[in-house]
Design a protein around this ligand. Structure first.
Ligand code: HEM
Ligand code: SF4
Ligand code: SF4
Length: 381
């Protein structure tokens, strides 16, 4: 059995079981891409509320009583603002949930073989989205400006400085100067918020080749997800940490494995092996959409020009925007003619079903055969 189809079967079994437990309309497997998108809205809203009270400075003025800095402003949100602790914890756990759902979504599209060839744009933009989300989450941890933030900042600075040729520049960019200062935290806040908004642009690229991406889970699923985040908030309230003190050298203690695993790796292997492993991981993720797992070449749909009446139905139904309507030749009775962009076609056959004029076919597959295949699949499901 082919590697991907074995995983596909595992997913089909899990989906089938879920369909027996709940209505298929609410099956979370059918919203694997939409769930991280919904969590992003929770993050934007909770982040906005936190931003209202956050002060991005590291000033610790000998830890005086009325000190206002990043750490004390986060403490103020947690202790003084009504539901501040809940919003903070919801922001953190929603971030964790987003990463988990993104990874599940990526595994799902990989396992069901929906990532190759014409879908490479979705895959590569997905990898970029994943990196962005990871970096946004990590900068969130620097913003608290507790001992862990100081340790992570110092580790990042030394990891960046170790990069040949541009290391010094990158570490200075990261600190927004030559040392850690108030400007460093402004930079972290800028990265955290700026990259969050940039997710919208990256998502546009992610969706641009899909005609009808499923981006909204049903409200019941959204409420359930929100409920789960609040259960986590209740079960695992955020614990108090110590303010960063530049004169001390904090060590690695409790870290969030979801966002901060790269730091555990960095601490374990050191800077150079860390960058080599990261680079290999990135290259590995980017070349997956190539044909390395033995992709079957897709045979694109073909239009029978003299039968096409230019009704557009195929182009409206094609899920991958692979059909373009072009002006029909001068001797035609019709205005438009369908043409298939072969490099985008998945050979799914939707257009064959959409055309009432037998004017579009899959090579080596008569439309009667396509209809029979669809019936077979419906009966099997
Ligand atoms: C912020 C993170 C992400 C969000 C919100 C997101 C969202 C989505 C959505 C809504 C779809 C359409 C699904 C459908 O209509 O069934 C989709 C498709 C897709 N995503 Fe993502 N995605 C994210 C990250 C990723 C990552 C990390 C990867 C892989 C590395 C990835 C790879 C893909 C692929 C290949 C498709 C096309 C699947 C198909 O054509 O059926 N995405 N994504
Ligand atoms: S087979 Fe038809 S509907 Fe499917 S991707 Fe190709 S052109 Fe679009
Ligand atoms: S549905 Fe058929 S007739 Fe209509 S534009 Fe497409 S190929 Fe032509």
């Amino acid at each position: 059995m082919e590697k991907t189809s074995m995983f596909n079967n595992i997913f089909l079994v899990m989906e089938d079981i879920t369909n027996k437990v709940m209505k298929s309309k609410y099956n979370p497997f059918y919203y694997h891409g939409a769930l991280p998108q919904f969590i992003m809205y929770i993050l934007f809203l909770s982040g906005l509320l936190l931003f209202a009270y956050y002060v991005p400075t590291i000033d610790n003025a000998y830890f005086s009583k009325n000190l206002v800095n990043a750490y004390t402003s986060v403490d103020y949100i947690t202790e003084q603002i009504p539901f501040g602790a809940v919003i903070r914890a919801a922001h953190r756990y929603a971030g964790d949930a987003m990463v988990i759902f993104i990874v599940l979504h990526a595994i799902r599209v990989w396992a069901t073989d929906r990532f190759r060839q014409y879908r490479w744009v979705q895959w590569i933009s997905g990898v970029v989205l994943f990196l962005m989300v990871m970096f946004i989450g990590q900068t969130g941890y620097y913003l608290i400006w507790d001992e862990r933030s100081l340790l992570l900042t110092r580790m990042t600075v030394s990891a960046l400085a170790a990069i040949p040729f541009c290391g010094e520049f990158l570490s200075h960019w990261f600190m927004n100067g030559r040392t850690i200062s108030n400007l460093t935290l402004s930079n972290f806040l800028f990265i955290h918020i700026g990259l969050s908004f940039s997710l919208m642009f990256a998502l546009w690229i992610h969706y641009v080749r899909m005609t009808r991406p499923v981006i909204t889970p049903p409200p019941a699923l959204n409420y359930a997800l929100l409920g789960m985040v609040f259960i986590l908030v209740y079960l695992f309230p955020l614990t108090e940490t110590k303010m960063a003190n530049m004169a001390t050298q904090p060590t690695m203690s409790e870290v969030d494995v979801i966002f901060l695993w790269p730091y555990q790796l960095l601490a374990a292997v050191g800077e150079y092996p860390f960058w080599i492993i990261m680079l290999l991981l990135l290259v590995g993720l980017c070349i997956i959409p190539g044909n390395i797992y033995g992709a079957k070449p897709v045979e694109a749909a073909e239009v029978v020009n003299n039968k096409c009446v230019g009704c557009r139905l195929c182009s409206l139904d094609c899920p991958y925007q692979a059909i373009e309507m072009v002006p029909a030749p001068a001797d035609s009775r019709f205005k438009l003619l369908a043409t298939v962009k072969a490099q985008r076609c998945s050979g799914c056959g939707v257009c064959v079903g959409a055309c009432a004029f037998d004017a579009i076919d899959l090579p080596n597959l008569e439309d009667a055969q396509v209809t029979a295949k669809i019936k077979e699949l419906i009966e099997a499901s």
